[in-house]
Write a protein that binds this ligand. Structure first.
Ligand code: RAT
Ligand code: ZN
Length: 453
């Protein structure tokens, strides 16, 4: 039956949002079995790059003095500055407090007892890392989290090479930024480390395919550099490669001449090292392997390199770049998010035109309650439920607890308003709310993965 009043409507929305099991479609988490890459505990939480940046902006210490401290010492100075001298109002500082509360450390928080907190975290892990890991996933109500697996990182990949098994709560994604950036240096180095001799386009493709069959990624992914651009493939030019069967060919009329039919060996020798890794490796492979390409767009890397991971900025980008990709590659699925609020609006318009696009998440600088609420309302208004409202980008296991708590709170506010409009329009009930919540927290994403183009 329909909600009898707004109170019932709002409490149902809250209840559905609190209880839905979410798919976290982009994180930097790695499983406990990957020991040195498994980040957990108070030191990792307080050394998070959002907090480092907040700390440094007002610290007495200079950047280099801070950077030279040990991790434990950094924890202490951040704690003293952001949690004792100041009130934790930012999203990132409130997050730490929420983790402490969620893990039964309200008393230690009240007393600002860092040593007490340290020993409680140790005690929590006493039953073993995999049990602890599982408890965080289940407390956070996360069905599974997609990792970021970087074949260019020897240290990360050694765990995969050893063939370790890990919890079903983690799924893989192959992160290939150098292919998008056309960074042959990095590509050749990584291939050499994997013992591959060749260095032309076919060899790079084989290398990527080998990693795909080894880790079975959900998708290929990259974050675009500030100056990222993409010009349409001009199939009429000599040297245009034969692999792009679906894309530019359809948009631009191609004269099918004999050039297209030359054998692979000839093609390989003609394409030299300056060939475009994006157009000739990444996009054709995404099409061939039927793996979506996830793009994170709008980061201006290292505007202040002294801050390390905390030193990245933001750009609002020209949307025609994504438009051309969508037009030229209609058989490639694109999972896309933007760092800039402005771009998030344009992205909704593009999504209304292209079936091969799925918009997801409120990333990093738009991962703030007020902005998540606003972006989610806009997406609901423009797209119905054909999007994924959030991903966490967690780096530290326990961040699942707070990032998802904050995002669920923002989603409740967005849905209370939007569902109320539906209700006033012609009534609605719990099942209607559930359909919305399930779709935008993972249902639409899984449907998109299965969709036929
Ligand atoms: O959100 C972050 O933690 C950033 O540092 C980036 O890693 C970003 O999420 C990315 O995937 O490039
Ligand atoms: Zn990320």
């Amino acid at each position: 039956s329909h909600f009898k009043d707004v109170v019932e409507l709002e409490s149902t929305v809250d209840d559905e949002v609190d209880n839905v099991e979410i798919i976290d479609l982009h994180t930097h988490l790695l499983p406990s079995e990957h020991s040195d890459k498994f980040l957990t505990g108070i030191d990792e939480l307080l050394n998070y790059h959002y907090l480092v940046s907040e700390y440094i902006m007002s610290s007495e210490m200079t950047v280099s003095e801070f950077m030279n401290l040990t991790k434990e010492r950094k924890t202490e100075v951040i704690w003293n500055e952001l949690f004792i001298r100041m009130t934790p109002v930012s999203e990132a500082t409130r997050g730490v407090v929420n983790v402490l509360k969620g893990l039964g450390m309200a008393k230690e928080w009240k007393e600002r007892d860092l040593n007490g907190i340290r020993s409680k975290f140790l005690a929590l892990r006493a039953s073993g890392d995999d049990a602890y890991e599982e408890s965080i996933f289940s407390l956070s109500k996360i069905k599974y989290a997609v990792m970021t697996n970087i074949p260019f990182s020897k240290e990360e990949m050694k765990h995969f090479k050893e063939g370790k098994t890990f919890s079903k709560r983690y799924r893989t994604a192959l992160r290939v930024d150098p292919l998008l950036e056309g960074d042959w240096g990095k590509v050749k180095l990584a291939m050499a480390e994997d013992g591959i001799k060749g260095s032309g386009i076919p060899a790079v493709k084989e290398w990527v395919k080998t990693w795909c069959s080894k880790i079975s990624p959900e998708y290929l992914m990259a974050s675009t550099p500030k100056n990222f651009t993409y010009e349409s493939v001009d199939m009429t030019q000599p040297g245009a490669f034969a692999t792009n069967v679906s894309g530019a060919g359809k948009k631009r009329k191609i004269e099918q001449d004999d050039d297209c039919c030359e054998d692979a060996g000839e093609q390989a020798s003609r394409i030299n090292e300056s060939s475009d890794l994006l157009k000739e490796v990444l996009l054709p492979l995404a099409e061939e392997l039927q793996l979506p390409l996830a793009l994170k767009i709008g980061c201006d890397r290292q505007v202040n390199p002294t801050l390390g991971l905390a030193g990245d900025g933001i750009v609002t980008v020209d949307m025609s770049i994504l438009l051309r990709l969508l037009q030229d590659w209609p058989k490639v699925k694109f999972l896309v998010t933007f760092l800039s609020l402005e771009n998030q609006h344009s992205a909704c318009v593009l999504k209304g035109k292209f079936r091969n696009l799925h918009i997801y998440g409120c990333w990093w600088y738009v991962n703030q309650g007020s902005l998540i609420e606003r972006i989610t309302r806009m997406r609901l208004e423009m797209l119905g439920t054909n999007f994924t409202f959030q991903h966490s980008d967690c780096r530290v296991l326990e961040q699942l607890l707070y990032k998802w708590k904050h995002s669920r709170e923002a989603l409740k506010l967005a849905l209370r308003g939007e569902i109320r409009k539906v209700w006033e329009n012609g009534g609605c009930n719990r099942a209607d709310v559930r359909k919305v919540v399930e779709r935008i927290t993972g249902g639409s994403y899984e449907e998109f993965l299965k969709m036929r183009l």
